[in-house]
Design a protein around this ligand. Structure first.
Ligand code: GUN
Length: 283
């Protein structure tokens, strides 16, 4: 292995500590801590783990955590009523509705209902539009975390060739917008791209978010490339990324491990977005 490991776990701990450091000044100025509300509908075990972890880290950062656990049978009307209540609650700066929602619920309608100024997930179309047009708003936490790791490693990204693999609204599309805003030349590829190795051969930066274990092969990479692996795929009980780690690590200049790479950045960026939301709301 020649690639350097990008330690997302350590970077995320540092970011959480920097956020926590700023909370007392906010509390002194406003008489309250920043508040994050997390809504979990149903019993999905992976979601329950995420939500517990979010609540714990929110409290560790000195913020207020409001957890709302609703039964899997919750109706659309009940969920919308809760979102309305959180939108109106002055103690709540950020609202996160854990996805995926049970199948009978309309996720799009729920996300659309969240006040865009409390949308710390950055999933509301207003915030997607703000990102696409270069206006200040909220950026989804996972691509924001990827960008922080890239800038930490590479500094100024201007002019670099970046290939994003995956076109989801949560990672691929906002990642491409963020890298474009940083003056990279961005190619947005996906599972149906005809000749992925052709694009990767020129890529200084690769962000893999396609949701298929070991999809990206080491021999496709440009030597020295910086590789960010967003994938979390369970294979025979083990976690695997979207990149064939052993193959890629012998070609890349730097690579994120799975786990311990991008994953921890998501919650750290959520806390950062919540602090930003709190400051903006207090104006
Ligand atoms: N499910 C898995 N990750 C996330 C996330 O970052 N935000 C929300 N809302 N749901 C998720």
């Amino acid at each position: 292995m020649s690639a350097e490991l990008i330690d997302g776990k350590a970077f995320a701990a540092g970011l959480r500590a920097r956020v926590a450091q700023q909370v007392p000044a906010f509390a002194a100025a406003t008489g309250r801590a920043p508040g994050l509300a997390v809504v979990l509908v149903g019993e999905d075990p992976a979601s329950a783990v995420y939500v517990r972890s979010k609540g714990k880290m929110t409290c560790e950062a000195g913020m207020e955590s409001f957890e709302h656990r609703l039964s899997a049978e919750t109706s659309q009307e009940e969920l919308i009523a809760l979102v309305d209540q959180l939108n109106a609650d002055p103690a709540v700066d950020g609202i996160l509705v854990q996805l995926p929602l049970p199948g009978h619920l309309d996720s799009e309608a729920v996300l659309l209902r969240i006040d865009p100024d409390k949308d710390v997930d950055g999933f509301h179309p207003f915030n997607a539009g703000r990102l696409a047009t270069g206006l200040p708003g909220f950026v989804p936490c996972t691509p924001l975390g990827c960008l922080m790791l890239l800038e930490d490693r590479l500094g100024d990204l201007t002019g670099l060739d970046a290939v994003v693999i995956g076109r989801s609204n949560i990672v691929g599309k906002p990642m491409a917008a963020l890298l474009t805003a940083k003056s990279c030349t961005v190619t947005l590829t996906h599972s149906r791209t005809r000749n992925l190795p052709h694009y990767l051969a020129h890529a200084d930066i690769v962000v893999a978010a396609v949701g298929r274990a070991d999809f990206v092969k080491g021999e496709w990479l440009k030597p020295g490339a910086t590789v960010i692996d967003v994938g979390i795929n369970r294979v025979d009980g083990a976690l695997r990324g979207d990149v064939d780690f052993a193959g890629a690590a012998s070609v890349a200049g730097a690579i994120t491990p799975v786990p311990g790479g991008v994953g921890p950045m998501t919650i750290a960026c959520l806390l950062r977005n919540t602090l930003v939301a709190a400051h903006r709301r207090e104006g």
